[in-house]
Design a protein around this ligand. Sequence first.
Ligand SMILES: [Ca+2]
Ligand SMILES: [Ca+2]
Ligand SMILES: [Ca+2]
Length: 451
Amino acid sequence: MNRNRIIMLSFPILFFSFCNIYAQQNQPSDGNGDESIILSDPKLKIELVTSGLDFPTTMAFLGPDDFLILEKAGTVKRVTNGVILDKPLLQVDVSVKDERGLLGIAISEKKNLNDDKGTSIQNNNISHNVFLYYVVCEGKNTGCENRIYRYDLDNKNNVLINPKLLLSIPSFPDPAHIGGIIDIGPDNNLYVTVGNFQHTIPSEIYRTKTQNYEDGKPVDGRAGVLRITQDGKPVGEGIIGNEYPLNLYYAYGVKNSFGIDFDPVTGKLWFTENGPKFGDEINLAEPGSNSGSDKIFGIWRVNEEGKKLQTDGKEGEYVTVGKNPKDLVYFEGKGHYSPPEFTWDKSTPPTALLFLESKNLGDKYENDMFVGSVDGQIFHFDLNDNRTGLLLNGVLKDKIAADDTEFADILFAEGFSIITDLKQGPDGNLYVVSGLKQSKSENLGAVYRIK
Ligand SMILES: [Ca+2]
Ligand SMILES: [Ca+2]
Ligand SMILES: [Ca+2]
């Protein structure tokens, strides 16, 4: 196969400037319809781990070559040595409309035995707690809730049992901006992303205080990164308030997020945020961080209609925001505005965010940040010395990727379908979950390993 030819067809304009980066390409060993995947580092190899999944969302490892993976329509599958176990571990009746579905998973070594009846359960086959995040609706589009359950994994019989409801958030008006990612922090608590539940042009305007409307409706769990214990309880004193569910917020003013992870060096939380048609972000979140949504995306303010405000009528120019802009909500000074550490001006919707702790891909990638996108790209970032920001040079020194002509320094891979998750395996390699936007006739969702 002539790789250069494919690249020239795909990137005729960028070819000459990028030809060094793409001097050597890699492709999955079986070449199974994935010829378009390109890694920018010729020293790295990519392998197909498994395919035939129907819109896989997120995955979590149980052990080496052994992980659970979710399909959006409500199935939990186990993949061992690349083989998908015939029988799903769980099939839940979720709402799949638009962005709803079975979305998030996190696994911890068994700490709690679930017990819905108040009696002690003895089951020596239970090896892990499995946390799942999904959306259920009573009617077709009514009575919807984002829910987090804790299950027990019966490791012998390969089933998830004893569901315990940990958190439920009313999910309306739209089947959009659901969030849905769960991660376990260094403090062993669960961190959960929740969006604002509204299309960019909403079917109904519903504004709460955590979307930065001071006179907004009461806080209900949307538009933030929430933190709960593995039993579903608030963690100590609330950061921005003590009333439930305000006491669950770690960060707020978040439109939607498909990616969180913790810096393995500092323990700090980083997350991606999706803007409207501009202003996608990478954020470092201290406790009480306000990301500015629904009023600021990236570094751009929006008007009442959600349109980007310009200065001097110039295309792409932005409004500088000071510290704690006046018109945002701060919950009596307990919150603070936090501008993004990086932003894409032209929409490149970021998804999963991962810190790769291992040196398996080379010393230079140790503890670096990787970010996936809806457009099938993986971006790579070094952090600065004190790990308070990203190390950005040249056209990215302004912390803004104006468009894809500014991607050269940060583009690590491209050519996947929508990337829904990035994980480090116990083998130290980088795993990529590539879903498919429309998988009606073929189950083309796949997992890849970069090593
Ligand atoms: Ca923001
Ligand atoms: Ca590095
Ligand atoms: Ca720039």
